[in-house]
Design a protein. Structure first.
Length: 197
Protein backbone atom coordinates (compact mmCIF):
# COMPACT_ATOMS: atom_id res chain seq x y z
CA UNK A 1 0.00 0.00 0.00
CA UNK A 2 1.24 3.49 -0.85
CA UNK A 3 0.93 6.82 0.88
CA UNK A 4 -0.50 9.27 -1.65
CA UNK A 5 -0.64 13.02 -1.19
CA UNK A 6 -2.94 14.94 -3.52
CA UNK A 7 -2.38 18.67 -3.78
CA UNK A 8 -4.86 21.27 -4.93
CA UNK A 9 -3.77 24.86 -5.38
CA UNK A 10 -6.42 27.34 -4.22
CA UNK A 11 -8.81 28.90 -6.74
CA UNK A 12 -8.34 32.34 -8.23
CA UNK A 13 -8.34 35.50 -6.12
CA UNK A 14 -8.66 39.12 -7.23
CA UNK A 15 -4.92 39.48 -6.55
CA UNK A 16 -4.21 36.56 -8.91
CA UNK A 17 -6.40 38.17 -11.56
CA UNK A 18 -4.65 41.53 -11.13
CA UNK A 19 -1.23 39.80 -11.13
CA UNK A 20 -0.18 40.89 -7.64
CA UNK A 21 2.12 38.96 -5.32
CA UNK A 22 -0.01 37.77 -2.39
CA UNK A 23 2.38 35.55 -0.48
CA UNK A 24 1.09 35.37 3.07
CA UNK A 25 -1.44 38.21 2.67
CA UNK A 26 -4.88 36.71 3.31
CA UNK A 27 -6.76 37.28 0.03
CA UNK A 28 -10.13 35.50 -0.46
CA UNK A 29 -11.35 33.52 -3.44
CA UNK A 30 -13.31 35.39 -6.09
CA UNK A 31 -16.29 33.98 -7.98
CA UNK A 32 -14.08 32.67 -10.79
CA UNK A 33 -11.96 30.88 -8.19
CA UNK A 34 -15.01 29.19 -6.72
CA UNK A 35 -16.07 27.98 -10.17
CA UNK A 36 -12.53 26.69 -10.80
CA UNK A 37 -12.75 24.63 -7.61
CA UNK A 38 -16.10 23.19 -8.68
CA UNK A 39 -14.48 22.15 -11.98
CA UNK A 40 -11.75 20.43 -9.99
CA UNK A 41 -14.46 18.63 -8.00
CA UNK A 42 -15.76 17.20 -11.29
CA UNK A 43 -12.24 16.02 -12.15
CA UNK A 44 -11.90 14.41 -8.72
CA UNK A 45 -15.20 12.59 -9.24
CA UNK A 46 -14.15 11.41 -12.70
CA UNK A 47 -10.94 9.98 -11.22
CA UNK A 48 -12.91 8.47 -8.30
CA UNK A 49 -10.43 9.93 -5.82
CA UNK A 50 -10.99 9.55 -2.10
CA UNK A 51 -8.92 10.58 0.89
CA UNK A 52 -8.66 9.88 4.56
CA UNK A 53 -7.36 13.29 5.65
CA UNK A 54 -7.80 16.88 4.43
CA UNK A 55 -5.17 19.47 5.34
CA UNK A 56 -5.27 23.15 4.40
CA UNK A 57 -3.11 26.21 4.61
CA UNK A 58 -4.63 28.58 7.19
CA UNK A 59 -5.09 31.32 4.57
CA UNK A 60 -8.75 31.78 3.61
CA UNK A 61 -8.26 31.24 -0.15
CA UNK A 62 -6.93 27.74 0.53
CA UNK A 63 -9.33 26.93 3.36
CA UNK A 64 -12.41 27.93 1.34
CA UNK A 65 -11.10 25.81 -1.55
CA UNK A 66 -10.86 22.85 0.86
CA UNK A 67 -14.38 23.54 2.14
CA UNK A 68 -15.84 23.58 -1.38
CA UNK A 69 -14.16 20.29 -2.25
CA UNK A 70 -15.21 18.71 1.04
CA UNK A 71 -18.86 19.73 0.64
CA UNK A 72 -19.05 18.16 -2.82
CA UNK A 73 -18.59 14.65 -1.49
CA UNK A 74 -20.93 12.51 0.59
CA UNK A 75 -18.65 12.07 3.61
CA UNK A 76 -17.34 15.38 4.91
CA UNK A 77 -14.05 15.19 6.81
CA UNK A 78 -12.68 17.68 9.33
CA UNK A 79 -10.29 20.11 7.63
CA UNK A 80 -7.02 20.42 9.51
CA UNK A 81 -5.37 23.83 9.22
CA UNK A 82 -1.60 23.42 9.19
CA UNK A 83 0.54 26.58 9.32
CA UNK A 84 3.41 24.77 7.59
CA UNK A 85 1.31 24.68 4.39
CA UNK A 86 1.08 28.48 4.16
CA UNK A 87 2.41 30.19 1.03
CA UNK A 88 6.01 31.30 0.72
CA UNK A 89 6.67 34.69 2.24
CA UNK A 90 7.66 37.17 -0.46
CA UNK A 91 8.62 39.77 2.15
CA UNK A 92 8.50 43.32 0.83
CA UNK A 93 7.27 42.03 -2.54
CA UNK A 94 3.87 41.14 -1.12
CA UNK A 95 1.21 43.43 -2.54
CA UNK A 96 3.24 44.63 -5.53
CA UNK A 97 2.60 43.82 -9.23
CA UNK A 98 3.98 40.65 -10.82
CA UNK A 99 6.28 41.90 -13.56
CA UNK A 100 9.20 40.21 -15.28
CA UNK A 101 11.61 42.37 -13.28
CA UNK A 102 9.90 41.73 -9.95
CA UNK A 103 9.78 37.99 -10.66
CA UNK A 104 13.48 38.04 -11.50
CA UNK A 105 14.11 39.69 -8.13
CA UNK A 106 11.94 37.05 -6.41
CA UNK A 107 13.96 34.30 -8.09
CA UNK A 108 17.17 35.93 -6.86
CA UNK A 109 15.71 36.47 -3.36
CA UNK A 110 16.36 40.21 -3.51
CA UNK A 111 13.36 41.40 -1.47
CA UNK A 112 13.73 42.14 2.23
CA UNK A 113 12.32 39.37 4.48
CA UNK A 114 11.67 37.09 1.48
CA UNK A 115 11.70 33.36 2.16
CA UNK A 116 14.46 31.78 0.05
CA UNK A 117 13.93 28.80 -2.26
CA UNK A 118 16.06 26.68 0.06
CA UNK A 119 13.96 27.68 3.07
CA UNK A 120 10.61 27.00 1.39
CA UNK A 121 11.85 23.62 0.10
CA UNK A 122 13.05 22.68 3.59
CA UNK A 123 9.74 23.77 5.14
CA UNK A 124 7.78 21.85 2.50
CA UNK A 125 9.88 18.70 2.90
CA UNK A 126 9.51 18.78 6.68
CA UNK A 127 5.76 18.98 6.09
CA UNK A 128 5.88 16.01 3.68
CA UNK A 129 7.90 13.94 6.19
CA UNK A 130 5.40 14.79 8.92
CA UNK A 131 2.50 13.62 6.74
CA UNK A 132 4.35 10.49 5.67
CA UNK A 133 5.15 9.51 9.26
CA UNK A 134 1.68 10.30 10.61
CA UNK A 135 -0.51 8.96 7.80
CA UNK A 136 1.31 5.98 6.31
CA UNK A 137 -0.82 4.08 3.82
CA UNK A 138 -3.42 6.88 3.65
CA UNK A 139 -4.69 9.16 0.88
CA UNK A 140 -4.18 12.78 1.91
CA UNK A 141 -5.54 15.96 0.34
CA UNK A 142 -3.48 19.12 0.87
CA UNK A 143 -4.93 22.45 -0.25
CA UNK A 144 -2.19 25.01 -0.54
CA UNK A 145 -0.38 27.59 -2.71
CA UNK A 146 1.83 27.75 -5.80
CA UNK A 147 5.29 28.16 -4.25
CA UNK A 148 4.64 25.84 -1.32
CA UNK A 149 3.41 23.21 -3.80
CA UNK A 150 6.62 23.62 -5.82
CA UNK A 151 8.64 23.19 -2.62
CA UNK A 152 6.81 19.91 -2.01
CA UNK A 153 7.30 18.54 -5.54
CA UNK A 154 10.70 19.90 -6.58
CA UNK A 155 12.86 17.16 -4.97
CA UNK A 156 10.86 14.60 -6.99
CA UNK A 157 10.57 16.70 -10.17
CA UNK A 158 14.06 18.25 -10.49
CA UNK A 159 13.14 20.14 -13.67
CA UNK A 160 10.37 22.01 -11.81
CA UNK A 161 11.29 25.66 -11.30
CA UNK A 162 9.79 28.26 -8.99
CA UNK A 163 8.90 30.39 -12.00
CA UNK A 164 6.96 27.47 -13.56
CA UNK A 165 3.30 28.48 -13.82
CA UNK A 166 0.75 26.49 -11.83
CA UNK A 167 -2.96 26.69 -12.52
CA UNK A 168 -5.50 27.82 -9.95
CA UNK A 169 -7.34 24.80 -8.51
CA UNK A 170 -4.87 22.50 -10.31
CA UNK A 171 -4.49 18.91 -9.07
CA UNK A 172 -1.11 17.25 -8.40
CA UNK A 173 -0.07 13.96 -6.82
CA UNK A 174 2.88 12.59 -4.85
CA UNK A 175 3.04 8.82 -4.25
CA UNK A 176 5.36 7.17 -1.72
CA UNK A 177 6.17 3.47 -1.94
CA UNK A 178 5.75 2.05 1.58
CA UNK A 179 8.05 -0.87 0.84
CA UNK A 180 10.97 1.48 1.45
CA UNK A 181 9.72 2.66 4.85
CA UNK A 182 12.38 0.72 6.79
CA UNK A 183 15.28 2.19 4.82
CA UNK A 184 14.67 5.81 5.80
CA UNK A 185 14.91 6.81 2.12
CA UNK A 186 11.56 6.57 0.43
CA UNK A 187 11.22 6.73 -3.31
CA UNK A 188 8.36 8.75 -4.64
CA UNK A 189 6.88 9.76 -7.95
CA UNK A 190 5.21 13.10 -8.52
CA UNK A 191 2.90 14.55 -11.14
CA UNK A 192 2.54 18.27 -11.58
CA UNK A 193 -0.74 20.19 -11.70
CA UNK A 194 -3.07 19.06 -14.44
CA UNK A 195 -1.27 15.78 -15.14
CA UNK A 196 -3.03 13.43 -12.73
CA UNK A 197 -4.62 10.56 -14.66
Amino acid sequence: MNTTIYFVRHGQTDANKARIFSGQIDTPLNDTGRLQVLDTCKRIQELQLKWDVIISSPLSRAYETAQIINKNFQIELPIIKNPQAIERSFGKAEGIPITDENYRRIMNCEFENEESEETIINRAQNFIKELYNKYQGKNILVVTHSHFLKGCLKPYLPSLRFDTKTVNAGLSRLVFDLRCADTGRCSAKAEQSGSVE
